[in-house]
Design a protein around this ligand. Sequence first.
Ligand code: SF4
Length: 146
Amino acid sequence: MCKKVIISACLLGHLCRYDGKTKKTTEIVEAFKDFEIIPFCPEAPIFGTPRERISVINIDGKNRIITDETNKDVTKLLEDEIYSFIKKYPNTDLIVLKARSPSCGFKTTPILNENREKLYDGDGIAAEIFIKKYPDIEIKSELNLF
Ligand code: SF4
């Protein structure tokens, strides 16, 4: 049985980014051609594409996901989408995530304060949940994959 890998869908060529574009990375598609690839994108199914940008804002010590223009807290919507993905795909051998995204970023996402000034590079909401829910699975950012 071939190995499974969860990969951020925009890295695979899906047109699911906020701007309606992709971030297809041929090296990643090639590297996992013998794996069963499970595409993952929590934002597009909820907000559609294209959509308003979102950011990780640290409010009272907790990271929340807030829309950039309308200032809405969409944390719960994303959490529900991510948990339902995990329920559908409880098993994988590896996870590869798009860098700097408020959802997918792994140790690379700008965490902002309430004035939208950068505090540090941390995890997007999906990476944060994946770390807890797939505790024995290696998670890699696209940036340190090779
Ligand atoms: S980084 Fe994640 S949430 Fe953003 S478009 Fe890519 S797969 Fe979707």
